[in-house]
Design a protein around this ligand. Sequence first.
Ligand code: HEM
Length: 189
Amino acid sequence: MKGEIFNLFECFISESFGDETFESILDSAQPELSTQEPFIGPGTYPDQDFFSIVKAAINHTGLPLEKAAFLFGKYCFPHLGRKIPGYLNQFSHPKDFLLTLDKVIHVEVRKVFKNAEPPEFSYEDPGPNELIMIYRSKRKLYAFAEGLIQGVAEHFQTSITIQRTIIDMEEGQCIFHLKFGTSNEEDGV
Ligand code: HEM
């Protein structure tokens, strides 16, 4: 996992619970970490180190894992969005943006961030205000992905209802069925 993601996790915890909480989390995770030096953005570190720090964070903050992963995803989106300057401004609807995630954004990510292993996404397009995204990654970061999609919804100020179905536990495959609202829509009418 890229150092960028470790660094964002530190900022997320420090901003939500204070720097000292993050220091205690790191101290308690230390014996399980295979990395001894500080995590830096361009570096690439074992996924297991990331999961150990997240586990320690869960113990310290009392946040349930699902909720922590979702909130962290939501926190990450604006920060990741800024990594490709000007890109987000090209889109006025979240669906158009999300359709470029696999073949443009994460392709760019592989070029810019050495050794990056972003997840794979494939798509189905069932209708104008819907999108099916099929996520695949050995990391199985489903709730994190859902939080990122929520971050996209907030960026575009368009509600997105997300239904998540895990289809392959072994391979880490999961379907996100998204339904987009519009600002003028009155639900249920
Ligand atoms: C412009 C926006 C985005 C940028 C620049 C970006 C960049 C990145 C980077 C650098 C990583 C780390 C890869 C690694 O450590 O090897 C990553 C991982 C990830 N990205 Fe994106 N991302 C963006 C938007 C999104 C969105 C909207 C989603 C929504 C589902 C998403 C889903 C994920 C997930 C779930 C991971 C974790 C890795 C995994 O599941 O295996 N990303 N992304």
